[in-house]
Design a protein around this ligand. Structure first.
Ligand SMILES: [Zn+2]
Length: 206
């Protein structure tokens, strides 16, 4: 918020996106990105926060926390069917917050090009419309083709492309303010190569 850096990557474990306000779940104890969003709002007066979740599992905890909150936009692209079984396209928020939850279920076998298309054609216009003051990435890397927990064919290069898209949106809407936090990722080679590619692109946009 002091503009000393424009983006950052939090190499945290355990992950957080399955944790609800009162329950740990799916390796997650506390919902790191949700806590970050609320911290930004309460301590720094940030108005609208967008959370982009590309972990291969649906970020059900984050969705639950902000489902009725129009100040936090939540996007998740995740494999369906897969744990935890939520995140259908018709889950879009409730009350005043209808339209600030956006889910894109991805079929097993989806390729990087499928993700890039979803980010460019569906997420980008929704984010530009929401116009966030801060962008947070729930950066799980378990959609990588080597990961044993899922069946999506993402690559390190694919994650680099998604990073570019989000950095460009952050530059357009919120002076590039972006934090990325590690979520899942269970193949050490796929995970490490993806994190290196992701952080490389973050640094290029910093
Ligand atoms: Zn995951």
């Amino acid at each position: 918020m002091a503009s000393s850096v424009s983006n950052a990557f939090a190499l945290v474990r355990p992950p957080g996106h399955h944790a609800t306000p009162n329950r740990s779940m799916g390796f997650c104890l506390f919902n790191n990105v949700a806590i970050a969003a609320r911290y930004l709002q309460r301590e720094h007066g940030v108005g609208r926060v967008a959370i982009i979740d590309w972990d291969v599992h649906h970020g059900n905890g984050t969705q639950d926390i902000f489902y009725d909150d129009p100040s936090v936009f939540f996007f998740s692209a995740h494999q369906v069917p897969l744990y935890p079984g939520t995140g259908m396209a018709n889950e879009t928020g409730t009350g005043d917050a209808v339209g600030t939850t956006l889910n894109i279920p991805m079929r097993p076998g989806s390729e990087p090009s499928d993700y890039i298309e979803a980010f460019q054609n569906t997420l980008k216009p929704a984010l530009l419309d929401f116009s966030p003051d801060f962008l947070i990435i729930s950066a799980g890397f378990d959609a990588h083709c080597l990961d044993p927990l899922a069946a999506i064919n993402m690559t390190a290069d694919g994650f680099a492309s998604l990073t570019d898209i989000l950095c460009e949106i952050a530059a357009e809407t919120c002076e590039g303010r972006l934090i990325s936090a590690l979520e899942g990722g269970y193949d050490l080679k796929g995970l490490s190569e993806s994190v290196v590619a992701h952080v490389g692109r973050l640094m290029a946009h910093a």
